[in-house]
Ligand binder design. Structure first.
Ligand SMILES: [Ca+2]
Length: 193
């Protein structure tokens, strides 16, 4: 009897684990896939799409997929954000309505690779991308990072109190002194536990 119970338990564990794995792969798809290394791939654009990133209003066409390998850090594609004319605070240029992984609230940081062509930043006093996370814990949690021409490895450290609970929207807010003269490319957006 004990042996039977043990066997039943093993089968149950395998079944539950199996379902969880399927749900993770099927349910979250390209939006979120976990690896064993304590990272969560958030957006890598490898489905040849913007992975849900879009602009609003006059920035409706700002977000497209890039396949020029010069501006790709990982795989074949990256996100191209045409920031030409963006000046000061711009929270309409790139936002995402999810769905977001249920593990999002456990992240300690988000890292991403950003390429800024020298011409795009020409004449700027400064350029920044704020990561903004909007959710039930904090409807506007913003973290700044500065940009320089060339490749940038941006690291956004997260405070768990601000990202617990449901996540509604995520924004890449552009902020600059002077106006951007061209595009910015984003790739390899990864969450770290
Ligand atoms: Ca990529």
């Amino acid at each position: 009897m004990k042996k039977f119970l043990f066997l039943f338990f093993v089968v149950l564990v395998v079944f539950v684990f199996g379902c969880a794995t399927v749900e993770e792969e099927g349910g979250s798809g390209k939006v979120a896939s976990s690896t064993a290394s304590g990272t969560l791939v958030l957006w890598n654009f490898e489905s040849n799409s913007t992975d849900g990133w879009y602009g609003k209003g006059k920035w409706a066409n700002a977000c497209t997929v890039n396949s020029d390998s010069k501006f790709v850090k990982e795989g074949k594609y990256s996100l191209k954000i045409d920031a030409k004319g963006s000046k000061g605070w711009n929270q309409d240029i790139a936002l995402n309505d999810g769905p977001f992984s249920g593990d999002f609230g456990n992240l300690k940081s988000i890292t991403m690779d950003v390429y800024v062509p020298e011409t795009s930043m020409k004449g700027l006093e400064y350029g920044q991308i704020f990561l903004v996370i909007s959710g039930s814990a904090n409807s506007w949690y913003q973290i700044p990072q500065g940009l320089k021409p060339g490749w940038n490895k941006l690291v956004y450290k997260l405070e768990s109190d601000n990202i617990a609970g449901d996540i509604w929207h995520i924004y890449f807010v552009f902020n600059s002194g002077g106006d951007f003269k061209g595009p910015v490319y984003i790739d390899n957006v990864v969450g770290n536990f």
